[in-house]
Ligand binder design. Structure first.
Ligand SMILES: Cc1ncc(COP(=O)(O)O)c(C=O)c1O
Length: 382
């Protein structure tokens, strides 16, 4: 356990909350979650579910049938991903879906390729599963997505898993369809499992269709774990509902594993998540449009600023600029601490994601707060 750090993003959240509780107005550019309430349809469904005594008891370990059916319909509608509800394991957030999958797949010493910058938990989870995380660095110039040649250079006989996250946290990068297809075929050829974390899958630019590696390369379905959930798209991070979609042997293993840990997410929350997928798609679409507009605001505000490099994010609700004011790479951790303490702007230092000199800027605050936060940030730069 001495090798396991506390999640860096959780640390920022706590520091900002402490400041907020002491009465200081904090400009929240650090949150990895929507700032809006969950959709009214979800809250109403949860109220009805809480009054239903059937949901006061243990639920089926793989998830309540209403939710697994809703997941199958949703995936078919939005991703063209045909699947049986039996291929779905409901988990406590997308986080537990990733963790269950790594615990189920990874033997001691197996290597897990993780393109970086990446979500803070992948490398730690790979280690906790007994594996060895192998970073494949990507840059803003490459759009923060790896090419097959880079993955091939990282492949060894111990490579077991590749983690893909598109749209990505912290970069907002979206894998181009042809590159995703090439990567999927490469994994197939070499018998490498793919964990496709699609928790931001629908948060794209208008007109872009959600794309999963498993629909891009259907033959991959026997060695692909799709991770998805309601947290981000439906502003439901606190409800703790996600799911894993995979081949029968993985679902069986992950369900057995989960039966000895959390059993299942709260039955009432599962019913609310089913309502989100069926009744709250309009609300999700409005939030998607808000994030797209705000990502654009960040791009406009930062473009042309000397010493700032930004790959325009195409999805999720993040931007990930690099700062080198006066040509000197920013000490992101020192700056983020000072920015919060002295200028009351919360961001997350890039080092947390394996990319020093960057800051993750979240576009979930409303437009005025976002723009004021950005102005303060620019004024505070050395
Ligand atoms: C890439 C990525 N995957 C998974 C998660 C976890 O999602 P959940 O809250 O559904 O567990 C997050 C949350 O920040 C994330 O950014």
């Amino acid at each position: 356990m001495s090798a396991v750090p506390v999640s860096a993003t959780a640390g920022v959240r706590q520091a900002a909350r402490r400041l907020d509780q002491s009465g200081v107005r904090v400009f929240q550019l650090g949150a990895g979650e929507p700032q809006t309430p969950s959709p009214a349809e979800v809250v109403a469904a949860a109220g009805r579910a809480a009054a239903d005594p059937r949901l006061h008891r243990y639920a089926p370990g793989q998830g309540i049938p209403d939710l697994r059916d809703a997941v199958a319909d949703y995936r078919a509608d939005l991703y063209g991903h045909a699947l049986s509800p039996d291929a779905v394991l409901v988990t406590c957030g997308a986080k537990q879906a990733v963790f269950n999958t790594l615990l189920a797949l990874v033997d001691p010493g197996d290597e897990v390729i993780v393109p970086t910058p990446c979500w803070v938990s992948y490398p730690t989870m790979a280690q906790l599963a007994g594996g060895v995380p192998v970073a494949v660095p990507t840059t803003a110039e490459e759009g923060f997505t790896p090419r097959v040649q880079q993955l091939e250079a990282a492949r060894t006989p111990r490579t077991k898993v590749l983690v893909l996250n598109s749209p990505g946290n912290p970069t907002g990068a979206v894998y181009p369809a042809d590159e995703l297809r090439r990567i999927g075929r490469w994994a197939l050829t070499h018998g490498i499992w793919v964990i496709s974390d699609e928790v931001y899958g629908e948060l794209l630019e208008k007109g872009s269709e959600p794309l999963s590696v498993v629909t891009a390369v259907p033959e991959l379905s026997e060695q692909c774990a799709v991770v998805h959930g309601v947290s981000k798209t439906f502003a439901m991070t606190g409800w703790r509902v996600g799911w894993l979609i995979g081949p029968a042997r993985l679902i069986k293993a992950a369900t057995a594993l989960q039966s000895h840990s959390t059993s299942h997410p709260t039955a009432v929350a599962q019913q609310a998540a089913a309502a989100a997928l069926t009744d709250a798609r309009d609300a999700a679409e409005r939030m998607r449009a808000d994030y797209q507009r705000r990502r654009q605001l960040v791009v406009e505000r930062l473009s042309g600023v000397p010493g700032v490099t930004l790959a325009a994010p195409r999805g999720a609700f993040y931007a990930f600029p690099r700062f080198a004011p006066g040509g000197r790479p920013l000490d992101d951790e020192e700056f983020a601490t000072r920015l919060l303490r002295e200028h009351h702007v919360a961001t997350v230092p890039g080092a947390a994601f394996g990319a020093p000199s960057h800051l993750r800027i979240s576009c979930t605050a409303d437009d005025d707060e976002l723009l004021e936060g950005l102005d303060r940030l620019l004024r505070a730069l050395p």
